[in-house]
Design a protein around this ligand. Structure first.
Ligand code: NCD
Length: 358
């Protein structure tokens, strides 16, 4: 097969040719002056920008505690507007981004369904996004179509008004800011226990269609000697693309459909719900998901120092009785999301030094 030579200027490629490029070839198309400009893929996060984001989130969280500090933070981006374009259901990601914008004083507009935008009149998502860029300085988007956030950023970067795009979930593919808040939670939980290096993380449930586990897996390559155990029913196993990535980056992983056997090894247990909205033929109905549930009686199998995570929303995979256990981290994890997303927005607008100096 003849492989098309990548021109230095990727903007000359058609969208289809651009989309087909391997990620490491095109990642700098979403950077400006060597810094991330659009946040689309977990692979854009590296030890350098992660370190800045974690420090910044810690600082913002501290400054926002006092009225004077929060009042000041709210002046830092009071001249900027954000568009929240969320055309797939969302509670946490939407509200935490909205709150993050408020913390920095940004003005926010929202569209939450294609049925209330001109897309109902036949406007393409591309023209819709281009329209947002006439009014907003940043677009935070969740879309059911894989690649839509990337396509939007690709398109806007060619216009005379490029604005940053943050991917708040792109179909079954990626959810980089969820992975970021998951990683921030791991970082906070293990900061007095040797950090994320050398930890074992068991990821449980619908690993085939859960975008959060995919993005988090990519992020873990930034740490030394992390072990991942993927525990899923056969039909919902982690994708080969993720496995190939981990092999390439020498991240150790194994797969098992026996959750309870491997629970004692885990430093973090990352639970997920079945993603049946992506069913083609009601196939989730035939899957026995009950073996991937965490109930009170399973807690004794876990290390005392381990943490339980979940991107939420949950169904039955974590019994509410587990919430009272000190190891249940998911509600704090949710709140961590607001702080790290605030840090991400501040970073994309390049005001991190101003905040860190405060
Ligand atoms: C996740 C998502 O939308 O991918 N939710 C979230 O953003 N916290 C997980 C899910 O819906 O199961």
């Amino acid at each position: 097969m003849k492989i098309k030579k990548v021109s230095k200027d990727l903007s000359k490629l058609s969208w289809e040719d651009f989309y087909a490029q391997p990620l490491d070839k095109k990642i700098n198309y979403f950077e400006k002056e060597g810094r991330m400009f659009d946040c689309l893929f977990a692979q854009q996060l590296n030890p350098q920008n992660l370190n800045i984001l974690f420090n910044l989130a810690n600082k913002i969280r501290k400054v926002a505690k006092e009225k004077g500090g929060l009042d000041w933070l709210q002046t830092t981006l009071s001249h900027k507007r954000a568009m929240l374009y969320f055309v797939q259901p969302s509670t946490r990601t939407f509200v935490s981004f909205q709150s993050a914008c408020y913390i920095l004083g940004m003005k926010v507009s929202e569209i939450r369904s294609t049925s209330t935008s001109s897309e109902l009149k036949g406007e393409t998502p591309e023209d819709t996004v281009r329209t947002f860029s006439s009014y907003a300085d940043m677009i935070i988007m969740r879309h059911f179509e894989e690649g839509m956030a990337e396509k939007s950023a690709w398109m806007l970067n060619k216009t005379r008004r490029p604005i940053s795009i943050i991917n708040g979930g792109s179909g079954k593919d990626q959810h980089p800011t969820q992975a970021l808040l998951d990683l921030y939670t791991l970082y906070l939980s293990f900061q007095d226990k040797g950090g994320i290096d050398n930890k074992t993380i068991i990821m449980v449930g619908d690993l085939k269609r859960g975008r959060t586990v995919r993005s988090l897996s990519y992020l873990l390559k930034n740490y030394k000697n992390v072990k991942i155990i993927y525990s899923a029913p056969d039909y919902l196993k982690i994708g080969d693309d993720v496995k190939a990535f981990l092999k390439k980056h020498r991240v150790s992983f194994k797969e098992s459909n026996e959750l309870y056997k491997f629970l004692p090894e885990a430093d973090a247990v990352y639970m997920t719900r079945i993603q049946d909205e992506y069913d083609i033929n009601n196939e989730s109905k035939n899957i026995d998901y009950s073996k991937y549930h965490l109930r009170k009686e399973h807690l004794k199998l876990m290390k005392k120092s381990a943490i339980i995570m979940h991107p939420l929303p949950r169904r039955q995979e974590i019994d509410v009785a587990v919430d009272d256990d000190a190891r249940a981290m998911y509600w704090r994890q949710e709140r961590n999301g607001m702080w790290i997303r605030t840090a991400l927005i501040a970073y994309l607008f390049r005001i991190e030094e101003e905040i860190l100096r405060y």
